[in-house]
Design a protein around this ligand. Structure first.
Ligand code: ZN
Length: 198
């Protein structure tokens, strides 16, 4: 028995496939969208399509940007000799919010996870190593303190050390298993100040 029309069902299905949206929220959003004025729905749909078409990875650090090079990498006032490695764009945003970091970033887009079958080749590690051929003095590993984050940190340390470049790890003021994006700015800048040599 079909409770709603095919179009409504399809909309609910698509919304429920998004992260953090359960069936109930998907239904609520679907009905909300149907009740919205047509021009607002068009604007929302176009915003999604345009974002998808125009947003890409920065050629240097792999964060999301509208341009070839993101504003952080393009900024001549930032210290391009210090690279902070983060798991995702949300973590980068968290460190930027502290306003205490003036180096550049490298976004891995994930972490090594044997459990989930994510190997070093699936994240932007090759790209990190390629960047080390330029003038780099320090690589700060700011992956999460989960098992995956720690595994990734060890892996990076082993890759970077032979190059003679300093490798540091953010201090464990960051709670174990904690997602960087939920940690307040003070804790983050403390973790950065107290980083240790790997
Ligand atoms: Zn960039």
């Amino acid at each position: 028995m079909e409770l709603y029309s095919g179009h409504i069902n399809k909309l609910i299905e698509e919304l429920a496939a998004l992260p953090g949206i359960g069936d109930k929220s998907a239904q609520r959003l679907a009905f909300h969208l149907i009740n919205m004025p047509a021009d607002k729905v068009n604007r929302l749909a176009n915003t999604i399509i345009e974002a998808k078409a125009n947003v890409r990875y920065c050629r240097e650090c792999f964060t999301l940007t509208d341009k070839d090079i993101c504003p952080i990498c393009a900024n001549g006032k930032r210290n391009h000799k210090v690279i902070m490695v983060v798991e995702n764009v949300r973590d980068l945003a968290a460190y930027e919010k502290t306003g205490k970091y003036d180096g550049v970033y490298h976004v891995l887009h994930g972490a090594i996870s044997p459990m989930l079958g994510i190997g070093p080749g699936e994240i932007k590690l090759k790209e990190l190593i390629a960047r080390l051929e330029h003038d780099v003095e320090e690589v700060i590993v700011a992956t999460n303190s989960s098992i995956e984050g720690e595994t990734t940190a060890m892996y990076i340390s082993k890759l970077v050390k032979p190059t003679g470049i300093r490798v540091t790890r953010i201090a464990s003021g960051v709670p174990v298993g904690g997602d960087l994006e939920y940690i307040d700015e003070v804790t983050l800048s403390r973790a950065l100040d107290a980083r240790w040599d790997m």
